[in-house]
Design a protein around this ligand. Structure first.
Ligand SMILES: Cc1cc2nc3c(=O)[nH]c(=O)nc-3n(C[C@H](O)[C@H](O)[C@H](O)COP(=O)(O)OP(=O)(O)OC[C@H]3O[C@@H](n4cnc5c(N)ncnc54)[C@H](O)[C@@H]3O)c2cc1C
Length: 836
């Protein structure tokens, strides 16, 4: 065994071996993998080997797409058969919501370049004659989907990796990890030590144990998952004898199961409610090829539903039930990318579709490690999308919930209930009393919208008793009522959000934005360091506020911060609450080594109340002796002010495009400030507003968001951030790459579009944008703009189609709508209201 290596990959399942393979393929042959037992002896050996391309996440969709195409060529490359059968995958729809989901997904697939066919029930019957089609609305089919033999795939990857110089050590267990004085990693194993530069943790069900060796609380806890293998069925055998093609993987999402042919019989895999978390403390030291006791009772409703759909399944005996551990994270997507707090540690963990994702995850992680940057926007799988709140109790509840929801419709506005409330701002109770319907982000409760007093919808009127995946609303209150129905279309809260917007636009509104990520940067080198990392100039005048972007090494956008110099040399940075760990970890890792700059996260200590609307100045002026007039306190500036007997930094910025003040205050003063504002605002009709109102207004202002139109895949100049990027200010991260990118020419242009003819649905992001039937871009966001009375969409399109007046089509839930490019910030494009 080598005693030094550039990278040590821990874990010889499909994910670890794929990472090793891709590192070697990128030219790093000095790489070593250690596996405590035999390769594939973890979860990989018992996987059903399905390769579902279907995924709502852009990042995961990209990884899956790569895998399927890469696996197709692996046998030819390595000479090792992988048992890849491209039999296609058919997903059945029984409800209108499901159909909406499929049509929404088709947009995601079209923009990713994943082939999807739409089938009628009769076409399903032609492909799957053993499937009953009554009650079906139709289906979607992935013709390139199928399944593979996971163990063979892993062996092929291992063979390929070895051929490129990588070393694999089986029966070698990592026992501890230390950091050397010279900044390398010392990986201790029961067969000797290895000194290395990078560590990749790909340890499946052991993720938390491996994390503990590094001081990391890794947000992965597995859940039990079962599938049933049956005896052969004469009809399937007859088809095989007749040389008919395999029928494909059949998925009835509304009953939460998949079914495919296996050795003349079937495999049925349900995703049921009540599957327990397992290996909470990690598997024990001897664990190898481990399965749990089967529990068919739990699967009974799904088995019944499968028999109703495919009666042949009920006519054969069960040969074997596999009940194994499947790794989960709270949102069901894996964690692929850098660990937080420690340098050169990479996580490729939490894979619940690891056979499918392994190829893509190995590919992107290798790029990240070798080149310092992935090429795909990996925000959807970045390990730092979860924070320190994601500890054991939270993970058990959330991961079981994620498992139970694999097949429920993934409504864009769903707010799952488990492990809530967890993090609440002090004004939570007050907001609740005012009718807040909360959503959750990064563990925080945030008001999404406000329901009128006594408002509720009878659950019995919206439930769909004939399907098993019924979750289109939160759990009912004690009176059997719910406040909202989740949907791909405008839903019950639409008008109420409109009322909130009207109140803000005509008077004044109050919003809780306490989850914002907040940090203080100071020290003698603070200003120079910020200049060196951000594309914008740091304002020379103290109190001026700048929007600053951290670019990736390749010139894309990695993060966005509001920067405000509170006092000379002391900078306050604000960014999206959901990205706290990502943003703060990224900045911390960029700090100069000489200690000249200090970085402190103060998210929990500071709250934020946003007071906005044309009467906001009148309200606040009643409470402060600071002159709030435009001359004394202009837009894009901030001051420390008193608010009654409390204190706050007031920043004249907001995300809705109205006159307003963000009041950043010591968290313990929040309720005092809240009450002062509500009392002072009563005469102006102050009312709270929520995230959904804010997002609609933000679209009217063409405001960009990280993870949508801001991404490492788009240069800031494609995203229209010209006024925030100063290529001639001197060196900053990503500058040179951006200049080269500009010389090569851009592929995309950010546009704002008005959408014609919609009645009950707006673009949301991920829809395909077409010109003369050809794909020319993708939507990144969209909403009904209440102030304009128009349906709007934001998107990235081919640059020549981005001129004002350009006519395009947007496919929303499968139907094309005419869209026209309009000027940026169609509501108050001169920002007169913000500057008022
Ligand atoms: C019943 C079932 C069916 C499934 N079906 C599918 C499917 O159809 N399609 C699909 O895509 N996915 C499926 N999955 C999920 C899939 O099995 C996993 O996502 C995938 O195998 C994960 O691979 P991995 O490499 O991350 O983990 P594992 O295969 O568990 O590999 C991790 C390895 O790390 C090793 N290790 C841990 N700690 C150490 C240490 N300290 N030192 C050295 N080595 C260590 C372990 O021994 C283990 O071999 C299924 C899962 C289950 C349970």
């Amino acid at each position: 065994m080598r005693t030094t290596a550039r990278v040590v990959v821990i874990g010889g399942g499909v994910v670890g071996v794929s990472t090793l393979y891709h590192l070697a393929k990128k030219g790093w042959s000095d790489v070593v993998l250690v596996e405590r037992k035999e390769l594939t002896s973890g979860s990989t050996w018992h996987a059903a080997g399905l390769l579902p391309l279907f995924n709502m996440s852009y990042s995961v969709g990209q990884l899956h797409r790569y895998s399927v195409s890469f696996y197709g060529g692996l046998e030819a490359e390595t000479g090792q058969p992988v048992g890849f059968k491209q039999v296609s995958n058919i997903r059945l729809a029984r409800t209108r919501d499901r159909w909406d989901e499929f049509m929404y997904y088709k947009g995601v697939a079209d923009t990713l370049g994943v082939k999807v066919n739409v089938l009628t029930p009769a076409e399903v019957k032609a492909i799957w004659p053993l499937c009953e089609t009554d009650g079906l609305l139709g289906a979607i089919q992935h013709p390139e989907d199928g399944y593979i033999q996971p163990a063979d795939l892993t062996q092929a990857l291992a063979k390929g990796a070895r051929a490129m110089g990588a070393e694999i050590n089986r029966y070698t267990t990592v026992t501890s990890i230390e950091r050397t004085a010279s900044g390398e990693w010392l990986v201790r194993t029961d067969k000797g030590d290895i000194i290395c530069e990078h560590i990749v943790s790909a340890t499946g069900n052991f993720a938390r144990k491996t994390g503990a060796m590094l001081g990391l609380d890794v947000p992965v806890i597995p859940v039990e998952h079962q599938y049933i293998v049956t005896e052969p069925h004469p009809s399937v055998q007859a088809r095989q004898r007749d040389g008919l093609p395999e029928m494909g993987v059949l998925r009835e999402a509304d009953s939460s199961w998949y079914l495919r042919e296996e050795n003349g019989g079937f495999i049925l895999g349900p995703y049921e409610h009540g599957a327990p978390a397992c290996y909470v403390e990690g598997p024990d030291a001897q664990s190898e090829y481990e399965l749990f006791q089967e529990d068919l009772d739990r699967l009974a409703p799904h088995i019944d539903a499968a028999i109703a759909r495919v009666p042949a399944f009920g006519q054969v005996g069960i040969k074997k039930v596999y009940n194994g551990a499947i790794a989960y994270t709270p949102d069901g997507s894996p964690i692929v990318g850098p660990a937080w707090d420690v340098p050169n540690v990479w996580l490729n963990e939490g894979h619940s579709f690891g056979v499918t994702a392994a190829g893509g995850a190995g590919w992107q992680l290798a790029e990240w490690i070798v080149d310092g940057e992935p090429t795909v926007d990996m925000m959807g799988v970045d390990p730092r999308r979860f924070g320190p709140y994601a500890t054991r109790g939270y993970l058990k509840a959330k991961n079981e919930e994620a498992y139970a929801n694999v097949f429920t419709p993934h409504y864009p506005d769903e707010e799952r209930a488990a492990a809530r409330p967890l993090k609440t701002a002090p004004c939570y109770g007050r907001m609740k009393d005012l009718g807040a319907v909360f959503g959750s982000v990064y563990g925080w409760e945030r008001p999404n919208w406000f329901a009128p007093k006594g408002y509720g919808i009878d659950v019995a009127s919206i439930d769909k008793p004939d399907v098993l995946t019924n979750e289109n609303h939160p759990p009912a209150d004690r009176d059997g009522k719910v406040k909202e129905i989740w949907s791909f279309r405008r839903s019950n809260y639409f008008e109420h959000v409109g009322n909130e917007i009207r109140n803000v636009t005509e008077g004044v509104g109050l919003q809780d934005m306490s989850p914002f990520a907040k940090a203080i940067v100071d020290g003698p080198g603070a200003r120079d360091w910020l200049e060196l990392i951000f594309a914008n100039k740091i304002p020379k005048t103290q109190g001026r506020i700048a929007l600053c972007h951290l670019l990736s090494k390749n010139g894309g956008v990695r993060a966005e911060f509001t920067v405000f110099e509170q006092s000379p040399g002391r900078f306050y940075l604000v960014s999206a609450g959901a990205l706290e760990r990502h943003d703060h970890d990224t900045l911390r890792k960029l700090l100069p080594k000489d200690g000249s700059v200090s970085f402190r996260s103060i998210t929990q200590a500071w709250g934020v109340l946003v007071l906005a609307g044309p009467r906001s100045r009148d309200v606040l002026q009643k409470l402060t002796d600071t002159d709030l007039s435009n001359a004394a306190f202009p837009w894009l500036s901030g001051k420390k002010i008193s608010v009654g007997h409390a204190t706050a930094y007031a920043l004249r910025v907001n995300f809705i495009g109205e006159l307003g003040f963000e009041l950043h205050h010591p968290i313990e003063m929040q309720n005092a400030i809240f009450d002062l504002l509500m009392n002072a605002g009563a005469e102006f009709g102050i009312r709270p507003f929520g995230i959904r109102a804010m997002l609609s207004m933000a679209v009217e202002k063409s405001y960009r968001l990280v993870g949508r139109e801001l991404s490492i895949e788009y240069s800031p100049l494609e995203s229209g951030l010209h006024r925030f990027v100063h290529l001639n200010k001197g060196e900053f991260i990503g500058r040179d790459a951006l200049v080269r990118w500009q010389e090569r020419g851009f592929q995309n242009r950010f546009v704002t579009m008005e959408v014609d003819g919609v009645s009950d649905v707006d673009a949301r992001g991920s829809e395909a944008i077409l010109k003369d039937g050809k794909l020319v871009g993708r939507c990144t966001n969209g909403a009904y703009g209440w102030r304009l009375g128009k349906s709007l969409a934001l998107g990235m399109v081919r640059p020549d189609l981005g001129e004002i007046g350009s006519e395009l089509d947007i496919s929303i839930l499968g139907k094309p709508y005419r869209a026209r490019v309009v000027e940026e910030s169609p509501f108050d494009s001169a920002n007169a209201r913000l500057r008022a």
